[in-house]
Ligand binder design. Sequence first.
Ligand SMILES: [Zn+2]
Length: 111
Amino acid sequence: MSFPPCPKCKSEFVYQDQNHLICPECAHEWNPSEVLVEDSFIVKDANGTLLEEGDKLTLAKDLKVKGSSLIMKVGTKAIIKRIVEGKDHQLDCKVDGVGEMLITAKFVKKA
Ligand SMILES: [Zn+2]
C-alpha cells in the first residue's frame, strides 16, 4: 500500500499512524480524508471567514448580474443554498429581491 506524498514538502516517505499520515522529513501530520475535503469545499468570504451552506451573507461590493443591467448593491442580503466547486462562483445563493444567483465568495461577507 502506498500513500500520497506529503502535502507540505512532497516527501514520499510517508507512513500511517491510525487515521493520520505522518511525514518523517518535515513532521507534518494530516488526515488524508480531511485534505480531500479542504481541497474541494473550503470557501472563504472577503474577510477570510469560512462559509458554510445555510450561512447568511451580505454583499461586500456592488455586483453586476451577468446578462442583465441589474446591479446587486453592496449590503444586499443573501443565503447560501449550496457551495459548489468552481474557480469563480462558489456560492449558489438566494439573494434578497433578485432570486437564485451564483456569487463569488470573496465578494460577500458573512452576516
Ligand atoms: Zn513533509
